[in-house]
Design a protein around this ligand. Structure first.
Ligand SMILES: [Zn+2]
Length: 419
């Protein structure tokens, strides 16, 4: 398989650190509001990637963090006069519900920031001991001047950067917070530098180091996270013991756009996943998302979704009769997935497989893409076919023939591949 890495800006053969094992980390949600279709896109893409890699026999540990300590969580909990735990757990539940409704179930483990505070403090302590972080009266900051490879991922020139928060205690305006000193309600913890709470970037590296170590295979997330978030993650992790690269394959999903603008909460132009699911099925939403390559911008339009629905209905209408294996169709699908997860090409292969009547492939690949390509009543047929194939493999021909007779009797033609 080949994957494009933002780090090298090129498509490279995918080689894992350990044979047949893949460590995949994707930035999870900040749980202070409902998730929107832009999030759906990112998480559908990585769900498909994990499922595809597993289908090739690899063991995939897919880790996602849950950011439950954050300015936005604090602000909203104050506004709504509820505890931070109440608010963040509620939106975490909503997020997990949305993911389930979208058929996203490839994540191996969700790790909350608030349950990893000792790991976070420990990592900051090591960075301070290394001399790459320093404490002031307002917090602990990463000293960006100590990290030579800074900017490697984003390609951004340091001069262009503007820090959002002005803090005169920092050595350099671009230094970012690892620990923020202060009282932040219930989510405030004791630390060697005073009571406070962690910065955002350190949550991810403390969690990924705990489960993967300082190097792992794939880090994913939306395009908007490259700078400063992912850049900061690299600076933190690679400064611990100098292991480089922290991650070889940085995969970033393109924006979901509305009339040319990125779908986002701050622009107010978003459609929540729960609202989208009231109009469109999970299969249509996934089909629509996968019709574009994950790195391209994707326009959110009713017309686009309606077209996706039509295309999916067409596949279902065509894929009725099982004609056995289509070698070319299967190769086209696998080649597409191997080419930097080219799902639009893979969906074209699905259309051929439907036209050629390779129903078994449609079921198998449908599981990878998380889309049901067969009409509801066609599914038991393919299950029967699978059972028959298994019986034939076990040389239990009598039973296999009996099932065939019954199928033929109900008007279904089947051709068995030679044994
Ligand atoms: Zn993150």
């Amino acid at each position: 398989m080949n994957l494009y890495s933002t780090l090298t800006r090129s498509v490279e053969p995918f080689e894992t650190l350990y044979p047949d094992r893949v460590s995949l980390f994707v930035c999870g949600p900040t749980v202070y509001d409902y998730s929107h279709l832009g999030h759906a896109r990112t998480y559908v893409v990585f769900d498909v990637l994990a499922k595809y890699l597993r289908s090739t026999g690899k063991e995939v540990f897919y880790l996602q963090n849950i950011t439950d300590v954050d300015d936005k969580v604090i602000d909203r909990s104050v506004r709504e006069q509820v505890s931070q735990a109440y608010l963040s757990r509620m939106f975490e539940r909503e997020y997990l519900n949305d993911m389930q409704s979208l058929g996203i179930d490839a994540v191996s483990y969700y790790a909350r920031a608030t349950t990893h505070i000792p790991e976070i403090i420990n990592q900051i302590e090591r960075l301070v001991r290394k001399g790459v972080a320093y404490g002031t009266e307002t917090g602990v900051y990463f000293d960006i001047d100590t990290f030579e490879r800074n900017g490697e991922l984003s390609g951004q020139k340091r001069d262009n950067r503007v820090s959002r928060v002005k803090d005169t205690t920092k050595h350099n305006p671009e230094d970012f917070a690892l620990w923020k000193i202060g009282e932040y309600g219930e989510y405030t913890w004791d630390s060697p530098w005073g009571r406070g709470r962690p910065g955002w970037h350190i949550e991810d590296t403390a969690i990924s180091e705990k489960y993967f170590g300082q190097q792992y295979d794939i880090h994913g997330g939306g395009l908007d996270l490259i700078f400063p978030h992912h850049e900061a993650e690299i600076a933190q992790m690679e400064s611990l013991e100098g292991k480089h690269p922290m991650v070889r394959y940085w995969l970033h999903t393109g924006y979901l756009t509305v009339e040319g603008e990125k779908m986002s909460k701050s622009l107010g132009n978003f459609v929540t996943i729960r609202d989208a699911l009231k109009r469109w099925s999970k299969d249509v939403l996934r089909y629509y998302i996968l019709l574009s390559h994950y790195r391209s911008p994707l326009q959110a339009t009713d017309e686009g979704l309606a077209n996706a629905e039509k295309a999916l209905e067409h596949i279902r209408a065509v894929a009725i009769k099982d004609n056995g294996v289509s070698i070319e169709g299967r190769k086209a699908f696998v080649d597409a997935m191997n080419a930097d997860l080219n799902t639009p090409m893979a969906l074209a292969a699905i259309q051929s497989l439907a036209a050629e009547g390779d129903l078994t492939a449609l079921v198998e690949y449908g599981k990878i893409l998380g889309i049901n390509f067969l009409r509801e009543n066609s599914v038991p047929l393919t299950i029967l076919q699978e059972i028959r194939a298994e019986l034939r493999a076990r040389k239990q021909f009598e039973l296999a023939d009996l099932i065939r007779e019954k199928m033929v009797g109900s008007g279904i033609t089947i051709t068995d591949p030679p044994l």
